[in-house]
Design a protein around this ligand. Structure first.
Ligand code: ADP
Length: 634
């Protein structure tokens, strides 16, 4: 930041991310240019909410003017639009940080990840949140005049910028508290200099804003519209969540979502209800159409807005939603909570717990409905938020079965990697005599789908769920069963297919185990500590060998995940299982000279097939080449 001040005027540079955002915004959002007004009115409304809240503790902040409102005006001669509010206002420091930087964490990564084409995609920029800077879509110069409530009138701040690299800031007089934003319109924006045009935009986007949005009354006189010195309210100015459901149409719900969710796109779905009883509250909760870019950012703010009897209390009240529903946006308005509730109180409040439980139930119910009645929308939901919802299986004991019912999983039943199978679908398709839900976890879909562990299941036509999201290990370690059916990993423990195998098969297996006892012992001696045990399996049809984890050991996929995240993992040796019907294994019975070489290859390929990493890849390659040479008779 540079300083070119004479008296108290300073010129400062925007943070790099702001410059990028400004550039992208002007170019990608031009076809939606009217949204600038929605964004500025939305900010003004938030500022009024904040003032009302702070004034609960300090009524002097009202400065004898407690009628909060937002005014919109235009000046044809000067070609300007003005949006003003008597909300909280900003101090000089606040102006610099709010209108000179982007505080959201993850911003830099977000911008650096956008490709050239994506930068032109309005929806991606919208996902980031458009906000104040959208003023520059229609204006080539923006002047902000603001004074924080409760400060002296000489503590006004004037901010101005042409939306390129820098802005100026100076202290100035301002009589009324709050913020006034003047847009000096670009060429060809003259259509906005019209009362009816502006009224139309306000109706379309800002009808739901709780404070009145006022404009000067206009009268038709000879020569055109003429403004009178009298205000009229343009919007409905009632809290949408307090209105009756049957009086609200979808467009109104969607418009409110864009305000409360700071989103540019429509929500996917929503639920609106009033809860009566010991805790009384209204809830209007939305599922966004798209995952916010910072959903995985631990520091990102999440949650819904809390109101108490229409008074805004706080943004991002994380306590109102469990962590695994952090993508939900909206409003909870309590009738019982005290107005002086703070974040600290929220953390311990039993009332909040009750509200959170109620909201969670509502959201899960809404998702169940969606899954049942609108598969297409539900699969969109699942794509965006499935991975987050899965966390709930381990996080929310009370709703575990419900959340498990909402899971969608890839499966050997389908040919694609699409996660479309529910546990209930699976159970509905189980074979006669099948009493378990079989699954495999792996790093990638292909690793799961082609795993040797699936061979016998494929042969018998038994469906196996393919779990390949990182969070899946957490899911299965917390979900022992669903609807009374155990979940069983096909890569763990001894394979017991129960009555899915007949007596002859079982006898045959026992005979083979005996037959190969000498060989398995010999392999164990050769591999030593690399394996816990070597045994014959009937899991395999095409592969000679595979590795499995012992019943109570950590499976290899989980061990790798934990290691990759830097945790120390207890070493557990795998069990090597060999396929007695495979020609390589049958040959091995009679191999003397190269026995150790062959066994080493057998082990290494089993490790590779299940997605593991070789300890000594170069030796493996050497052995394979040797075998190839021998095969070709050299
Ligand atoms: P967002 O609203 O998503 O935080 P914006 O870029 O729109 O992002 O605004 C940045 C910040 O500037 C707001 O969070 C708020 O603190 C402040 N701000 C914007 N407009 C006003 C206003 N009219 N009155 C007071 N503060 C405002």
């Amino acid at each position: 930041m540079s300083d070119t001040s004479t008296n108290n005027r300073e010129t400062m540079g925007f943070q790099t991310e702001v410059k990028q955002l400004l550039h992208l915004m002007i170019h990608s959002l031009y076809s939606n240019r009217e949204i600038f007004l929605r964004e500025l009115i939305s900010n003004a409304s938030d500022a009024c909410d904040k003032l009302r809240f702070e004034a609960l503790h300090n009524a002097a902040l009202f400065e004898n003017d407690s009628e909060l409102k937002i005014s919109v005006d235009y000046d044809k001669g000067a070609r300007t639009l003005t949006i003003s509010d008597n909300g909280i206002g900003m101090s000089r420091e606040e102006v610099i940080s709010n209108l000179g930087t982007i505080a959201k964490s993850g911003t830099r990564e977000f911008f650096s990840k956008l490709s050239g084409d994506q930068q032109k995609d309005a929806n991606l920029i919208g996902q980031f949140g458009v906000g104040f800077y959208s003023a520059f879509i229609v204006a080539d110069r923006v002047t902000v005049l603001t004074r924080r409530a409760g400060e002296k009138t000489d503590q006004g701040v004037r901010w101005e910028s042409e939306g390129a690299g820098e802005f100026s800031i100076e202290m100035t007089e301002k009589q009324d508290r709050g913020t006034q934003i003047t847009l000096h319109l670009r060429e060809e924006q003259d259509d906005l200099l019209s009362g009816s045009r502006l009224r139309g935009i306000i109706h379309k986007y800002s009808d739901h804003i709780v404070q009145p949005v006022v404009m000067k009354k206009e009268e038709w006189k000879e020569g055109g519209q003429e403004k009178l010195d009298e205000d009229e309210t343009v919007n409905q100015a009632v809290a949408i969540w307090a209105r009756a459901k049957n009086e609200i149409n979808d467009d109104e719900y969607k418009a409110f979502y864009k305000h409360v969710g700071h989103d540019f796109e429509d929500p996917l779905t929503w639920v609106h209800a009033r809860v009566e009883g010991r805790q009384e509250y209204a809830q209007l909760l939305y599922v966004p159409g798209r995952a916010p870019f910072d959903m995985w950012d631990r520091e990102a703010m999440h949650g819904v807005k809390l109101y108490v009897r229409r008074v805004f209390i706080m943004d991002d009240a994380a306590q109102l939603m469990p962590h695994y529903l952090r993508f939900i946006r909206g409003v909870v308005d309590s009738s019982n909570l005290p107005l002086n509730v703070s974040r600290e109180i929220l953390q311990e409040s039993k009332d909040i717990e009750a509200i959170r439980a109620g909201c969670t139930k509502k959201v899960l119910g809404m998702l169940e409905d969606l899954a049942k009645n609108d598969t297409e929308k539900y699969s969109k939901f699942w794509k965006e938020f499935g991975k987050v919802l899965k966390e709930g299986v381990g996080e929310d004991f009370a709703n575990k079965e419900k959340i498990a019912g909402l899971l969608r999983i890839a499966s050997t039943h389908a040919d694609t990697d699409a996660q479309v199978v529910s546990l209930a679908d699976y159970i509905g398709r189980m074979k006669d005599g099948q009493d378990k839900i079989y699954y495999i976890t792996a790093d990638t879909f292909n690793a799961a789908k082609n795993s040797p562990h699936l061979e016998v299941f494929r042969k018998k036509g038994i469906e196996v769920l393919l779990l390949t999201d990182r969070v899946d290990e957490w899911v299965v370690s917390n979900l022992a069963e669903f609807q009374g059916k155990k979940l069983v990993s096909v890569a763990k423990g001894g394979l017991d297919l129960g009555s899915l195998e007949d007596e002859t098969e079982k006898k045959e297996q026992a005979r083979e185990a005996d037959d190969f006892k000498e060989l398995t012992d010999k392999i164990k001696t050769s591999l030593q500590d690399k394996v816990k045990e070597v045994r014959v399996t009937h899991r395999l049809t095409d592969s000679p060998a595979c590795l499995v984890a012992d019943e109570h050991d950590m499976n290899a996929n989980l061990a790798r995940l934990l290691k990759a995240s830097g945790q120390s993992v207890p070493m557990s040796q795998p069990i090597l299982e060999i396929n007695p019907r495979h020609p390589v294994v049958m040959r091995l019975k009679y191999e003397e000279q190269k026995f150790d070489e062959w066994t080493a290859v057998l082990f290494d390929q089993a490790l590779l097939a299940e997605g593991g990493q070789l300890d000594d890849p170069a030796s493996f390659v050497k052995r394979i080449n040797q075998l190839m040479l021998e095969m070709s008779g050299k």
